[in-house]
Design a binder for this molecule. Structure first.
Ligand code: NAP
Length: 309
């Protein structure tokens, strides 16, 4: 048993992220009580079968009542509805946080409903896979990954320190960021790559001159790596696009300009321009490996991840 950080933790939403937190909480012995709440009876039953908590309820309000830490892990578009459900049941001094992939929108949806005396600090662990649901989670998902917290002016320092300590206990490195800045950074490092992957896989699926079976048969040529991102949860990614609209549109227009440059270089046979860009991008990959954010194996570490699932 580790050090108990919170007497009662309420996990609202128990998919990939919520269930990974649950597994770590249990494994590390960080809470006396873990109350699991989710929207559907089916997911709740599965969470219970997997023994993810110590108590299970379909009512977010019931879960949040008396909790010392409430972690909301639902698609970002559902944040306001959850905040409304729990608002009147939160105890003074409780910490409420989330794990959503966009931050300004989640704060706008939740903060107005959180009562005085309750500490709301939004957050985003930069860890995940393309899978969803309670079975998809695993112990150690957050180990060695970044978690970004986006406190607001006036956020209680003690509550912030406690939340930071919680993520560090799960093995994460914590950074603090302004919510709008978070949304810009994530638009380029996560949202744009997913949108590009959805687009490429969609285009390949629509092609008439190349058959579906050929696309699948020869997919190891590059296409396959995009399909992993494009297999991500449609609800989650619909919400990310709708709730980080401005930053995503800004990055998409930069992307289109750069793509036009590449298109021109190919059209006019400007090999030096292509070579210069491809050399620069190769360096980016090297820096990511050096920073410990990926492993230098041809399957991008996926086999190691699959073993955990
Ligand atoms: P997930 O596996 O699909 O689980 C979603 C959870 O939210 C389930 O408990 C689901 O309940 C519940 N839910 C779905 N729609 C809801 C609604 N309208 N109202 C209330 N509850 C709802 O999702 P996840 O991958 O854990 O993602 C959760 C959050 O983490 C998202 O905000 C996402 O942006 C963020 N995030 C995801 C990743 C990733 O790689 N997946 C990484 C970092 C952050 P039922 O099953 O009972 O319907």
């Amino acid at each position: 048993m580790g050090t108990i950080l919170f007497d009662k933790v309420a996990l609202i939403g128990i998919g990939l992220i919520g269930s990974s937190i649950a597994r770590d909480l249990k494994d590390l012995g960080l809470a006396r009580e873990i109350v699991v709440s989710t929207r559907s009876a089916e997911t709740l039953k599965r969470a219970e079968e997997l023994s993810l908590g110590t108590r299970y309820t379909l009512s977010a309000a019931d879960a949040a009542a008396d909790a010392d830490l409430v972690i909301v892990s639902v698609p970002v578009g559902a944040s306001e509805s959850v905040a409304k459900q729990i608002a009147d049941h939160l105890k003074p001094g409780a910490i409420v946080t989330d794990v959503g992939s966009t931050k300004a929108s989640v704060i706008a949806q939740m903060a107005p409903h959180i009562p005085q005396g309750v500490h709301f600090i939004a957050g985003h662990p930069l860890a995940g896979t393309e899978k969803s649901g309670p079975d998809a989670g695993f112990e150690g998902l957050f180990r060695g990954r970044w978690c970004i917290l986006t406190p607001l002016p006036g956020t209680d320092e003690g509550a912030l320190a406690k939340l930071r300590f919680f993520w560090e206990a799960l093995g994460s490195r914590v950074d603090l960021m302004d919510p709008e800045h978070h949304d810009k950074v994530l638009a380029i490092v996560s949202h744009l790559p997913h949108i590009i992957a959805y687009n490429i896989v969609g285009t390949a699926d629509d092609l008439e001159a190349v058959t579906q079976s050929e696309v699948i048969k020869y997919s190891a040529s590059g296409f396959r790596d995009f399909t992993r991102l494009a297999a991500s949860d449609p609800t989650m990614w619909r919400d990310v696009c709708l709730h980080n609209k401005d930053a995503i549109l800004e990055m998409l227009s930069r992307f289109s300009e750069d793509l036009a440059y590449l298109q021109r270089a190919i059209r006019w046979g400007e090999g030096d321009k292509l070579f210069e860009l491809f050399s620069r991008t190769r360096e980016v990959r090297r820096s990511i490996i050096e920073a410990g954010q990926d492993v230098d194996v041809p399957d991008f570490g996926r086999h190691a991840l699959d073993k955990k699932n």
